[in-house]
Ligand binder design. Sequence first.
Ligand SMILES: O=C(O)CCC(=O)C(=O)O
Length: 382
Amino acid sequence: MVVWPSAPFTNLVLRCTRLTISSDMALCLWRQTRTLSRNDVKSDVSFRIPLVDFSRYRNAASHSEKQQTADDIVNAFREVGFVYLMNHGVTDGMLENVFGQVKEFFRMPVQKKDQLAWEDPRANRGYVRQGRERVTQSTSVEEIAALRLTAPDSKESMEIGRDWDSVWKNQWPKEEDVPGFRSTILDFFEACHDTHTVIMRSIALGLRLDETFFDDKINEQWHNLRLLSYPPLDADLLRKDGQARAGAHSDYGTLTLLFQDAVGGLEVQNPHTMHFHPATPIPGTVVVNVGDLLSRWSNDTLRSTLHRVVAPPSYMKTATSATGEQKQVEIIPERKSIAFFCNPNFGAVVECLPTCVGSEGPKYEPVQTEKYIVGRLSDTYF
Ligand SMILES: O=C(O)CCC(=O)C(=O)O
């Protein structure tokens, strides 16, 4: 059962099921329509990120309902590489708590956050201050360094991995600095891992593999939880060519689960026209996209699609100066999002799935997960 939401709001087409649109969502969609002024943002009327009710997989009444839902998800990943899932398994209550903790964390003074600094791509844990990461598709060290200087990502992040790792330790803030942060985040990590496992089962079924095919290849929780804070920014700076809150990139692992607040700014490239489209926040859903390793595993049957974070919908506000003068200022609200980058086990070798070989055979050499992921991370940080 698939719903095809899209901006602008008036184009919202619903198939087969009802979707309740809250006032938040309507406001968000309306704002999106006012800010599609970038040259590469076009309204390809046929472009949609499908919305799937995942309870129809988790609690399917019959095998055919389960198979149909799995097929809907796989079709979304074949066509677009992205899907919105509702009833995904992480509760609203948990998300509310996590977003609250994320706000508290980033509110800490920068000196405290810097004590938790990210140090090593093999660890991929810790605090990344603004300007340290520049996500891009480029693998040239010189090109990435130049991008960092001229068009750095305007964001800060906190990276968290599995907590029991014998070599790499998470960089937790002191309990008194952000009470409850560690336990809330660890529970959330576990919930996202469980959700990933079930979505991968649906993908296995959709690709005509045994439903548990991926289970023993993704069970060691080599994931990366990224808490993101995009501070308020000068509107003109963010709109300058090449500037973004996060530059266009694909993700590295199997899937990414992206939870976003209502501000917006995430855009997804239509792989058929190369135009970018807003992935408008829809309350109660998670945005799920395919990463490069899953795309490679599936011999490119599933797409790893470029996406970026740009100036979100803005609004004008009248500000009064100290002398009483009134002027219009453009407000770009701050944004928080949470990306759970899911990975196969680091020891797992990713090689063409038996049902994806096709007539041309495998396009890629087998690759070990750790080698691939650490290599990509080394390129994007300094
Ligand atoms: O914040 C978002 O919406 C997306 C973040 C993202 O794509 C990333 O950090 O790789």
